[in-house]
Design a protein around this ligand. Sequence first.
Ligand code: OGA
Ligand code: MN
Length: 291
Amino acid sequence: MQITRIHPSFVAEVSGLDLRQPLNPAQAAAVQDAMDRHAVLVFHDQAITDDQQKAFARNFGTLEFATGNIQTSDERRLAFDMADISNLDQNNKLFARDDRRRMFNLGNLLWHSDSSFKATPAKFSALSARAIPSAGGDTQFADMRAAYDALDDATRAEIADMVTHHSLIYSRGLLGFGEFTPDEREKFAPVRQRLVRRNAATGRKSIFLSSHIGEIEGMPRPEAMALIRDLMEHATQPQFVYTHKWRLHDLVMWDNRQTMHRARRYNDVGEIRDMRRTTVEDIAPTLQQAA
Ligand code: OGA
Ligand code: MN
């Protein structure tokens, strides 16, 4: 197994590992260690099945259920423990432009950390490219440790103990999507998260940002959202960002505790982009983890 850093502060390419095969304990530990260190890992030429992808992800924690969308269970294309990041419905047909599931899914174009809207958010996500469009559809990642390190002392002190509220209703609202049913409003009720978190393995701190944030406790909303915007702008400067241009059968894994990501636009009403994500949960809500 070879690990080569491809960005100054994070992201490495891993070769010499066949993800169709079960990892042995030493391999799993090496991948976990590389994730702590590099926060995003790129594996090329991994033509895996859904079951192989789930087995790979289980090396790093408990698979989460993909409940972060508005599909009903009979509208699902994939099993409940796989997030469908495609533009396809349950019959493998492209979503129409005005399909509300499509409009909801466009929220992935905003910088976020996966499942930060859940009480226990995501630890790692692994995204497998099964079909890619001819243009667009890159994925960008931002290093929230480097962004934290680059804050001035006053800002670091100011945000140290802040608690934010995250919800899918807030992120979709940023794009002007607000048509939620009462059931969805209940399912997507805001959850509390720390704004600054610390990686237990490395001791490094990061800013836990996400477009799902809609509130900072103890602060009027406009003031909170202006601060979050400032932090977002800071954290997504070019020096903190890596752009992944997908090749078919790439698998990219990222640490949601230490990075943000977003999809870039593509012709999603004309071309298929079939991406499938396995996600493992973090060990506890962020407020129950050491600051
Ligand atoms: C995800 C995600 C971005 C993309 O899989 O969680 O946000 O480029 N994907 O599809
Ligand atoms: Mn995501």
